[in-house]
Write a protein that binds this ligand. Structure first.
Ligand code: PRT
Ligand code: ZN
Length: 283
């Protein structure tokens, strides 16, 4: 049995549970429970506040955990980062009132900065040689300048909408973050096997995200051109059709470039283009 700590509620809860589900691990979404068990895998799930996850994994109360990289950076917990999971993307940034006349980092000299991430901020200021006062506050950091609590803030930003609606502008990104899978040091062999099995599944799910399977009919004379348009994990699969002079071409493409790829393929004579979801990718 291996014990995984995830956020009980909040921004990472749903995506963490979805990743387990997509990996074929069934756990009950026990919002009000503290501990749950997978019905088809030797896994226990601890539902915790995100702030507590690094410490609980470091002290061995849980073996592995899913938490924002920002929390690891702040707590400095003695754990191993096993994978960046690609969801919960955000950044820790400095922001100032939009009419502050900010031009360069030296603006912060002698100023006060409100944050829930004092440790990351302290490291950054030290590195930049800036003397500023750090005011630690737990929540609603973005109202600090308007409330006269601090001159600026250092906080999590995602879309940036919260900053704008509080009359602030982002001036410096200090740390990029996403959810990470963490592991305690010195995991026993049996648990390492379970972790390897979980990772194998997570990787297949993560690898498939943002990918589409595309298949089409193409005049065989155009295959050389198609090969320059289509990236694939190795190379596209090409099979002759029953009609002479035509081939069926299959490939995996990135969702971001899907439509430009389709347009390019149409231009060289592709027909009957099918686009399918990719469920898992196993290298
Ligand atoms: O209750 P618990 O302590 O577990 O949760 P929490 O309230 O401390 O954390 P929660 O659920 O808000 O966030 C959990 C994790 O999600 C964070 O540690 C980050 O790793 C990640 N994450 C991703 C974010 C955001 N995006 C985000 N936008 N965490 C917080 N925010 C805040 C941001 O500070 C701002 O105030 O959401 C607000 C909206 O952001 P904008 O820029 O989109 O407007
Ligand atoms: Zn928290």
């Amino acid at each position: 049995m291996i014990r995984l700590a995830i956020q009980s509620k909040g921004r990472l809860n749903e995506d963490s549970l979805q990743l387990l589900k997509d990996s074929g691990i069934d756990v009950d979404d026990a919002k009000r429970k503290f501990i749950g068990k997978a019905s088809n895998f030797a896994l226990e799930v601890l539902y915790l506040r995100d702030d507590d996850i690094p410490g609980v994994v470091a002290d061995g109360s849980a073996d592995i955990g899913i938490v924002g990289f920002n929390e690891i950076a702040e707590t400095g917990a003695d754990i191993d980062i096993v994978r960046h999971l690609g969801f919960g993307k955000c950044r820790l940034s400095l922001a100032v009132p939009k009419d502050s006349g900010y031009q360069a980092l030296s603006w912060f000299e002698g100023k006060s900065i409100a944050t829930s991430y004092p440790s990351v901020l302290k490291g950054f200021l030290l590195n930049e040689g800036i003397n500023a006062e750090i005011r630690e506050i737990k929540g609603s950091v973005e109202i600090a300048p308007a409330a006269g609590i601090a001159d600026a803030i250092f906080d999590i930003v995602s879309s940036g909408g919260t900053l704008v609606s509080n009359g602030l502008k982002e001036v410096c990104t200090v740390l990029e973050s996403d959810a990470v899978l963490i592991c305690r040091k010195g995991l026993e062999e049996g648990k390492k096997d379970l972790l390897r099995s979980i990772l194998f599944r997570f990787d297949a799910v993560i690898e498939s995200r943002g990918k589409k399977y595309i298949l089409m009919n193409l005049p065989s004379s155009q295959i050389d051109k198609a090969l320059t348009i289509l990236p694939s994990m190795r190379s596209p699969t090409i099979m002759p059709l029953a009609i002479d002079g035509w081939s069926s071409v299959h490939s995996v493409v990135d969702e971001n470039s899907l439509w430009t790829t389709v347009e390019d393929l149409k231009r060289i004579g592709a027909e009957g283009i099918l686009i399918l979801d990719v469920d898992k990718v196993i290298d």
